[in-house]
Design a protein around this ligand. Structure first.
Ligand code: HEC
Ligand code: HEC
Length: 391
């Protein structure tokens, strides 16, 4: 892993964020329209609002809510971006280039040079979807969640721990991840809006609906109005993350009776964990599935992931080779997103966003369709016992 860090061409940072060409192909395939011009103008608009990898901007002037404006600090973004160096007071700059870009890529697309051989692939922050978080499935992670993944890494994957970095550096990196994520999601949504709302096709729409008005900052323009609403929606989800943390009831006693009940639930009809993880949680079932990042440019638009010819245009545009996702072998006791009881409780409730593992519905009383908090605890205890049996 250390080797990978040294592989990056850190000293010569890229001057422009690479556009999301895969997603513009997806939009084109989905809506059956050409998206070249929409992509070109989205790229220009994005640079006007969000700046460059050397000089990032946080477009507070376009945001309606104060909480969104303070979601990240411009000074932190500037420390995380740009070339790698330290100033006289030994403050570090270019943190993302130094520590992350080789895997996550300049725009956070998850397709940096060291990503090709990894499994799972590094996260594409631009989709705004995260796996290892404490919040409801559809919600953004909290800052604490992002900090936790930076501190601990994701054991069993290439994502390393950055425990040795200072609090300041970690905070700057968290801000930069949020920034790349907001920026990337804005890019995706604007590509769609350009076609659906603004009327982009082979030709550019009238001035008022042209994305080029985002650079001229004409506040009256229709395109600016659409862009502002879009940005408010995305930042709003980040602001709301803290309110979306899944409450964890007091842990039920982890005794043999609880483990036995968890065993039954694990194999039962409602949770049916065994349906994916196998009878003894051994992950030995043959499954054939992909994560949502892959499905977007394959099954989501009727392209078979294993059809190399059909996948090629997306690969050429920068997509990584489709790789199957496998249910975890729980007997290893290795948890990518953290193995403490509260984390596992939330994992079972919410499932894992972006993957086939669905959540369960919580109910106050035992029922035919949902589980109670105590029953989720029973499953946690059973899962823990699987992981500990082999040690
Ligand atoms: C050697 C490759 C590598 C490096 C270097 C690396 N990452 Fe990752 N990162 C990964 C992989 C692989 C994953 C996906 C793990 C998974 O899916 O379980 C990931 C996932 C993540 C996630 C998503 C967690 C989630 O909840 O979905 C964040 C955030 C993240 N990395 C941030 C960073 C930051 C910030 C840096 C630099 C300080 C960094 N990474 C450096 C490989 C790397
Ligand atoms: C539809 C298939 C499916 C079902 C049903 C399912 N899982 Fe999973 N599970 C997965 C997949 C796929 C992963 C790997 C996700 C990843 O690492 O990206 C996973 C990962 C996990 C992990 C590892 C989390 C980590 O931090 O590494 C645990 C624990 C887990 N599942 C427990 C459960 C339990 C308990 C249930 C039943 C309540 C369950 N799963 C039901 C597919 C499933």
């Amino acid at each position: 892993m250390l080797v990978a860090v040294f592989l990056c061409g850190c000293d010569a940072p890229v001057e422009h964020y690479p556009p999301n060409r895969v997603y513009s192909l997806v939009v084109s395939a989905k809506l059956d329209v050409p998206t070249e011009l929409a992509a070109e103008d989205t790229t220009a608009a994005l640079e006007a609002w969000f700046g460059t990898p050397i000089e990032p901007r946080w477009p507070v002037d376009q945001m309606s809510h104060d909480e969104a404006k303070t979601l990240v600090g411009l000074e932190n973004l500037q420390r995380a971006a740009g070339p790698v160096y330290s100033d006289q007071s030994n403050r570090h700059f270019g943190l993302f280039n130094e520590h992350c870009v080789t895997c996550h890529g300049v725009s956070g697309g998850g397709n940096g040079p060291a990503s090709l051989l990894q499994n799972p692939y590094p996260r594409d922050f631009r989709a705004g979807v995260y796996k290892w978080k404490s919040t409801q499935r559809g919600a953004k992670p909290t800052r604490q969640d992002l900090l936790a993944i930076l501190r601990h890494g994701a054991p069993g994957t290439a994502m390393p721990s950055f425990e040795r970095l200072s609090e300041d550096d970690l905070a700057a990196l968290v801000d930069y991840v949020i920034y790349l994520s907001v920026r990337g999601e804005f890019e995706r949504r604007m590509l769609t809006e350009a076609v659906v709302e603004l009327g982009y096709e082979e030709t550019r729409p009238d001035d008022d609906a042209s994305l080029l008005t985002l650079a001229s900052m004409d506040p009256q323009a229709f395109a600016v109005e659409v862009a502002r609403e879009t940005l408010d929606r995305i930042t709003g989800q980040w602001v709301d993350a803290d309110q979306s943390v899944i409450p964890v009831p007091e842990e039920a006693p982890a005794d043999d009776a609880s483990i036995a009940r968890g065993d039954a639930l694990f194999h039962g009809r409602i949770a049916n964990c065994a349906g994916c993880h196998g009878k003894q949680g051994g992950g030995d079932l043959v499954t054939f599935d992909f994560d949502d990042w892959t499905k977007e440019f394959t099954e989501g638009i009727a392209v078979t992931p294993t059809d190399r010819e059909a996948v090629r245009p997306f690969r050429t545009a920068g997509a990584l080779r489709p790789r199957q996702i496998h249910p975890r072998r729980l007997t290893d006791g290795v948890y990518r997103g953290g193995g403490d009881p509260e984390t596992l409780y939330r994992r079972i409730v919410a499932g894992i966003a972006g993957t086939p593992m669905a959540g369960i519905s919580l109910s106050g009383e035992p029922s035919a369709t949902g589980l109670t908090g105590d029953q989720v605890w029973d499953i946690v205890h059973y899962v823990k016992s699987l992981g500990e049996a082999k040690r």
